[in-house]
Ligand binder design. Sequence first.
Ligand code: PBG
Length: 334
Amino acid sequence: MAFPIVRHRRLRQNAAIRGLVRETVLTVDDFIQPIFITYGSGVKNEISSMPGVFHFSLDTLEEELKEIVELGISAVLLFGIPSEKDSVGTSGFDENGIVQEATRVIKSLYPDLLVVADTCLCEFTDHGHCGMVHTFERDGHVHGDVLNDESLELLTRTAVSQAQAGADIIAPSNMMDGFVYAIRKGLDEAGFSHVPIMSYSVKYASAFYGPFREAADSAPQFGDRKTYQMDPANIREALREAESDVQEGADMLMVKPALAFMDVIRLLRDQFDLPLVAYNVSGEYSMVKAAAQQGWINERAIVTEMLLGMKRAGADIIITYFAKDMARWLRERN
Ligand code: PBG
């Protein structure tokens, strides 16, 4: 059957019909809002490369949480900026570390708001890498290798301390081999077998993290992350990464970044049955904000289209700095 019997425009002729046949919908239940928590007091500073996103100290967090909860958002993802850094990231697994303290504050104010803890060391190490490093000098430059198995122990301690503080979900973003297994074992042994792991399974070494590294003060001080994060040219490797995480006990898989990796989201959706998370990262946010500030694009329409695309590609959950904006826009539409 073909034209003139078939006319695709019949189902597009008005908003009501378009609504009936719409295949993908965004709801506030889809979103996780990232939050940056810093040491000090009285802090609410806008991150210059991420307009509308702030650093909060523990005492200014409440107002932000209230807004998030009132908008109906059910989960936040925590990133911490500690006052002290060292070579092994001690402040990451300190029971009084910034993420642990923030978790306690959130759980005491809003027990039902899910706290997702990003488990990594790059915000807590003075060299800015995601694990322990072995450094050496060559040609007057500092070089370093990130030590895989040694780092697993520190990352596991970090995850356990986050769970002890009350984190509901552990989201390891470090890209060491075997991190899901190590953290699962550590959590289980510490009595947290009920705490799910949302694994950053397929995390690319991406320039789209640029604004985040300013926000989290976590840029590597030498080298880059290409020996542990994935090459953006690869997709078969994404299957191997995800497969390992499934075997090691991950409860949810993630693809990060999202926009330039929609094919990877689709592939993982088709190949695995676990809930799938897309991380709409800092650079994807900042590009839109910058263009919107110039008046070059319609922000709301662009964000809606981007997030719909991620969901249509197969994501069940979207981590996005637009969560609050989107929740507001969805409410206005209803
Ligand atoms: C920590 C981590 C990063 C992001 C989330 N967790 C930075 C990185 O790997 O360099 C990036 C998030 C974003 O850009 O929004 N490893």
